[in-house]
Write a new protein. Structure first.
Lengths: 112, 112
């Protein structure tokens, strides 16, 4: 059964055209994460929410924003995608600190 | 498009042999560790975890060993199968944070 769901699985956008990726979870976890993963690299944390408390990584570009309207859903907004933003975007959840982190299948973003 | 990624270390093993994948972690305060398997185009999949009060934990065909003295983690896969071919990441965290630090990853290739 799917526990962390990401839509769409593939997203094509144009340079500079805003795009939103979505994530939902059925685990009722408090913490939700967004990662960026480029080819042959480890996932890179962009930000995370503990409940509604937003935590941005220091090196996450301002171009990336996030929203969490409720426990189940979290969105990644890329305001003006550049070619360098083409990557796999992974959503993950955990119940609290030092507990298993579960990943979704990812959204592959292509920027033309 | 995506920038060229770093070359992942690769471990090639013969089908049926045992595999050992190593990871050096960075934070001596880390008290929870996870091994993930990531197949091409998919999100990381939880394999096994271990807490810092343990040295060894076994799952089905997998064993994780933790050496806190030298900050080293290993994943042993018994009787490696073609379906084990993937990239394996270790991740560490501590109870005082919600962030997970990922290792660089190892590509496992299973030779028939």
């Amino acid at each position: 059964d799917a526990m962390v769901i990401q839509n769409p699985r593939y997203q094509v956008t144009q340079f500079g055209k805003p795009v939103t990726l979505s994530c939902s979870q059925t685990l009722n976890h408090n913490v939700m994460y967004w990662y960026q993963q480029k080819s042959s690299q480890a996932p890179k944390l962009l930000f995370h929410y503990y409940d509604k408390d937003f935590n941005n990584e220091a090196d996450t570009p301002d171009n990336f924003q996030s929203r969490r309207p409720n426990t189940s859903f979290c969105f990644l907004d890329i305001r003006s995608p550049g070619l360098g933003d083409a990557a796999m975007y992974l959503c993950a959840t955990s119940s609290t600190s030092a507990e298993t982190q579960y990943f979704g299948p990812g959204t592959r973003l292509l920027v033309l | 498009g995506e920038s060229v990624g770093l070359h992942l270390p690769t471990l090639s093993v013969q089908e049926g042999d045992n595999s050992i994948i190593n990871c050096a972690y960075s934070n001596s305060a880390s008290d929870y560790f996870i091994w993930y398997k990531q197949e091409s185009g998919k999100g990381p999949q939880f394999i096994i975890d271990i807490r810092s009060n343990m040295d060894k934990r076994q799952g089905q065909r997998v064993t994780v060993l933790l050496n806190k003295t030298v900050k080293h983690l290993s994943l042993q896969i018994a009787a490696t199968q073609p379906g084990d071919s993937a990239v394996y990441f270790c991740a560490e965290t501590d109870s005082g944070t919600y962030k997970y630090i990922f290792g660089t990853g190892t590509r496992l290739k299973v030779l028939a």
